[in-house]
Design a protein around this ligand. Structure first.
Ligand SMILES: NC(=O)c1ccc[n+]([C@@H]2O[C@H](COP(=O)([O-])OP(=O)(O)OC[C@H]3O[C@@H](n4cnc5c(N)ncnc54)[C@H](OP(=O)(O)O)[C@@H]3O)[C@@H](O)[C@H]2O)c1
Length: 382
């Protein structure tokens, strides 16, 4: 167990590591997105983040960037997620850390992956490094909620994204859904696509709008797409087939056989459409841990009713549409049973307002035991 004094800058350095990790969002699945910074005498000497699968993890990425001549024995690495200690597509990060001579490691949170789950920390401790765990832990867990849910429950994290009018409409009564909000809001919407693994839509949105669902921002990549389409009504020339990325079509066992440009997954029916648990588990099995639901209101309702939604990103236009498709459809929730969210940020974007909300159903973020009890005895710094 470490007796090292808490570093007064540790929250700040872990914040920098969190920011590094954020840069990897949407590019690491099925791995977690991790950030690392290496600090000597209060100065950051190197930063790194997870590279695409098969390439460097954050710790190795940061270690490679340490300038020649720096003595790492006096250095501390701040890393958002526990270093791995198993041979996967890359060698263990614990090996790289031990070889580097680093004196101390501050870990944001433990990796629940069963082959790690505290063992990475124990290996470093047993080799004599000073290790502390649990700095900005909640944020570190939230950032990797997709990975944590996937490992713990076989489900992804789901974000609902919608552009809506003041009165909660996502399309005008005459059917027009394009340009509910302005260009600044749309740009952030594209960044959200870039940061997620898969975009989930309902067939009525595809039939109404024929969206391309691509990322049109500089350096962006296109997320996979999943369509809920019980009777396989999707046109074979739908625009969403045009980009070079995986597309998952979900339908009911009773849907007609059709030759389509993407694989079809038959899943059980539920009272209000396809069984979302089955759908989301297929996505996780394919490594899609971060799902962005982009409509319409029926899909949002099913996701909210099933308590799958961890975040909402709402872009509110200062217009009243009245009568068009609602951001959440279907029958109402009772006040007591209503899905509830807390406001994380409210940012004006041109004439629109961007509301970022997170679910109050976040017990997984507070779970003290994300690892096998007894697997590791750590000094918790948080
Ligand atoms: N402003 C925006 O941000 C935005 C974004 C997207 C869409 N929109 C607008 O939203 C409108 C469409 O929304 P919508 O609510 O009518 O339809 P939707 O949510 O796009 O699609 C609903 C359909 O998906 C299928 N589905 C299969 N399983 C489901 C499940 N478990 N839960 C829910 N649906 C399931 C059902 O059709 P089957 O029975 O045929 O499978 C259902 O009718 C359009 O007007 C579109 O322009 C606006």
């Amino acid at each position: 167990m470490s007796t090292r004094q808490a570093d007064p800058g540790r929250d700040r350095f872990m914040g920098m590591a969190l920011e590094m990790a954020r840069r990897a969002a949407g590019r690491t699945a099925p791995n977690p997105m991790v950030g690392a910074v290496i600090v000597v005498d209060g100065q950051v000497v190197a930063e790194g983040h997870t590279r695409p699968p098969g390439q460097d993890h954050a710790e190795v990425d940061a270690l490679r960037r340490v300038p020649a001549g720096v003595d790492l024995r006096q250095a501390t690495m701040y890393v958002t997620f526990e270093p791995c200690c198993h041979h996967g597509r890359t060698p263990p990060c614990t090996d790289a850390i031990l070889k580097s001579g680093l004196g101390a490691v501050v870990v944001g949170t433990i990796d629940p992956f069963p082959l790690v789950a505290g063992r990475g920390i124990r290996i470093l401790q047993e080799a004599g490094l000073q290790v502390a765990v649990g700095v900005r832990e909640r944020e570190c867990r939230r950032q990797n909620l997709g990975f944590i849910r996937a490992i713990r429950h076989g489900l992804p994290t789901v974000t609902v994204k919608a552009a809506q009018s003041l009165d909660g409409r996502i399309a005008a009564a005459d059917g027009g859904a394009r340009w509910v909000t302005g260009p600044a809001a749309r740009e952030v919407g594209h960044q959200l696509r870039d940061q997620h693994d898969a975009i989930l839509v309902g067939i009525r949105t595809v039939l109404a709008d024929d969206p391309a669902l691509t990322t049109r921002s500089p350096g962006g990549r296109d997320a996979a797409v999943a369509v809920l389409d019980s009777q396989l009504r999707i046109p074979e020339n739908a625009k969403l087939f045009e980009a070079n990325r995986p597309v998952f079509l979900f339908c009911s066992a009773s849907a007609p056989e059709r030759a389509l440009p993407a694989p079809v997954f038959r899943v059980p029916d539920a009272p209000r459409g396809l069984d979302l648990d089955a759908v989301l588990r297929v996505l996780v099995a394919a490594g899609q841990h971060r799902v962005l639901a982009e409509g319409g209101g029926e899909v949002h309702r099913s996701l909210l009713a099933g308590a799958y939604v961890d975040q909402m990103e709402l872009f509110v236009s200062p217009r009243v549409l009245a009568g068009g498709a609602p951001v959440v459809g279907g029958p109402g929730f009772s006040l007591a049973g209503a899905p509830s969210f807390r406001l994380r940020a409210a940012v004006p974007l041109g004439d629109d307002l961007h509301l970022s909300l997170e679910s109050t159903r976040d017990e997984i973020l507070l779970d003290p035991v994300l690892y096998e009890p007894g697997a590791v005895d750590v000094h918790r710094a948080g």
